[in-house]
Write a protein that binds this ligand. Sequence first.
Ligand code: DOR
Length: 429
Amino acid sequence: MSLLIKGAALFGTETSDLLVVDGRIAAVGSDAASQAPAGVETLDADGLVALPGLVDLHTHLRQPGREDAETVLTGSQAAAVGGYTAVLAMANTTPVTDTAEAALRVWELGREAGLVDVQPVGAVTKGLAGEELAELGLMARSAARVRVFSDDGKCVHDARVMRRALEYVKAFGGVVSQHSQDPALAGPGACCHEGEVSGRLGLAGWPGIAEEVIVARDVMLAKHTGSRVHVAHVSSAGSIDVIRWAKAQGIDVTCEVTPHHLVLTTDLLVGYDPVYKVNPPLRPTEDVLALREALADGTIDAVATDHAPHARHDKEHAFVDAAFGMLGLETALGVVRTAMDDDFDWNDIARVMSRTPARIAGLDDHGGQLAPGEAAHVTLVDPTARVTVDRAASVSLSRNNPWHGHELTSRVVHTVFGGKVTVRDGALA
Ligand code: DOR
């Protein structure tokens, strides 16, 4: 099976053809077309930017347990439409992904859907309870080859448990992705950033310091254990200071930011619209600007969506009662492109949305250079398109989309996963 991608600007620069044969890039350049077999399927990429397929370190697919909000199939569809070819599926499903069997099930569902690589994230602790380590080794040794472990949604708040987890995953090159949030520093019922806006609205909040103390503790534990820690959805400027310091010391820490934390601020909460309720919470403008700066200067390694679909009956409630989380897969690229200025070029986008997340997750087949021999995971983007987001047009099962009505720059036109066209002209193929 072969595919000829015609006239794409690789990483936004040199225009070239790409020939794909049997799922791999076979040739790149002006002579690629001449090597194509007769009757080859072609994809017109004139005027489009070619990137290696995007990789999301942080997706909630909700299966098993909450198939009313999303399934591995619908989440894979949303991922493909967003230009992704690999997603890391978070462990806070029902039941929790804390055994090899549970991880394998998610991995197999991903293969059945066949639209992106669905790589399960294993829980750090059994039932996300924060006490006993989950089957980390068995998950790692299973066919699903779990490498990223997270209790996301909850913080591994016990330092002893976190230390043991870091020691354990080191043995197989794994990483703990931490939801950094000290529960002792958040009041009961916390549901937004603690600050001027929460005071005015009478809502209980998480202060930035609740995140920062855990980030500080964890980088010291990573140093002590010689292991690797990843800070999930970093949201506070103070955390960035700690991570910048830790990296300068040579500590093995990486971090991700969500598209929403790069743009949306806590001021949006004045209307009590639960679509803006998310954990970690939307922060003030100072934090948002610090995150953008850190993404531009490389302190932040990756953009990850924290795609968190919720059924209407969980999300459309009074603010304090609504579920935490927002959709992100279909809009991530456009939001990042819109948030960052033009100095942040397509190579930077490829670095933070494909190459580095693939490296963090140990996905050797992703995040390549669009060079011959690599797996053919390719995202083709119209860099000049302007798209007004319509939540009704989403392929996700859920509708908690904070970008509804926003105009975003750029649009994913085609997605190619392992040589197969999964999205053509913006729609599932
Ligand atoms: O807003 C969030 N939603 N934050 C999390 O950490 C978990 C996620 C979810 O599972 O809905």
